[in-house]
Design a protein around this ligand. Structure first.
Ligand code: A2P
Length: 272
């Protein structure tokens, strides 16, 4: 299962190759969902201050009988927080919420605030990144990265900062294969994490996906998650249902290169 396979960041830190996503899992449900994930072998949990569930994510990890070093925890700096001191403060809030003394991965959640998508926040991102570099050098974070960053956003950090991001977490699913961004990240040794690998559930009833899943004798969700791995991206599926949590980590099959190509050619196939 997931916990015996890894991606390796450019600093040598290993990250389990499937993470349990917790976006849109309310704090009240996060304890049960994360406990179920841990019980079923997930060792990599992804949260964010903005998800407002860090407290119960942390509590579930703490109450589970496994040592802290065996769990990989990611959290994120809220998208609207840009600057050096405010980044250090937000980090303290996150580790206090989670009840941990270090994070495995800390990401800038987005290059711009969610209510101002596309705004140029280059200066703020550089300041935040410098604060993250300090936290990394102080040993409070094992790896640092970004999320929702374009090539241009990453290039600004490469041009102005000392540490190349170790990860970029982006939306990635069949119909949204982000080819040029993937190529750019690969060139700079940046691991790409795939959030919403099921397009938040919106592609699971697509007849072509269903047909191809049947060919491999897997579920549409498993096909979608495996597709991320075939592209060298690290999937972060999310579910609150035990059967689906288990299903999403059972990926012992491969998709043929021809079928991957077929899936790459899909346009946006989301249905609400
Ligand atoms: P649920 O929590 O009820 O399982 P994404 O990971 O792309 O954000 O997708 C999450 C959505 O997909 C959630 O609505 C989740 O619902 C649903 N989902 C997760 N895993 C599966 C699965 N194996 N089969 C069907 N739906 C799933």
């Amino acid at each position: 299962m997931a916990n015996d396979k890894f991606f390796t960041f450019h600093n040598g830190v290993k990250i389990p190759d499937i993470g349990f996503g917790t976006w849109q899992i309310p704090n009240e449900e996060a304890y049960a969902a994360v406990t179920t994930a841990l019980e079923n072998g997930y060792t990599h949990i992804d949260t964010a201050l903005a998800y407002q569930n860090e407290e119960n994510v942390g509590k579930a990890i703490k109450d589970f009988t496994i040592s802290r070093e065996k769990i990989f925890i990611t959290s994120k700096l809220p998208a609207q927080i840009k600057g050096y001191d405010v980044t250090l403060e937000a980090f303290e809030e996150t580790i206090s919420n989670l009840g941990v003394d270090y994070l495995d991965l800390y990401l800038i959640h987005a290059p711009w605030p969610w209510d101002e998508i596309g705004k140029d926040c280059t200066e703020g991102n550089i300041e935040s990144w410098k604060a993250m570099e300090k936290l990394y050098r102080d040993g409070k974070i094992r790896a640092i990265g970004v999320s929702n960053f374009s090539e241009k956003d990453i290039q600004a950090l490469l041009d102005n900062c000392g540490i190349v991001p170790m990860a970029n977490q982006i939306p990635f699913y069949i119909g949204r294969d982000q080819a040029s961004l993937l190529e750019f990240c690969k060139k700079h040794n940046i691991v790409v994490e795939a959030y919403s690998p099921l397009a938040t559930g919106q592609i699971l009833n697509n007849p072509d996906i269903k047909e191809l899943a049947a060919k491999y004798e897997v579920t549409p969700a498993q096909l979608c998650i495996r597709y991320c791995l075939e592209h060298g991206t690290l999937p972060l599926p999310k579910s609150t249902n035990e059967e689906r949590i288990i299903e999403n980590s059972q990926l012992e099959f491969t998709i043929s290169p021809e079928d991957v190509q077929t899936l790459d050619a899909f346009e946006d196939i989301r249905v609400k």
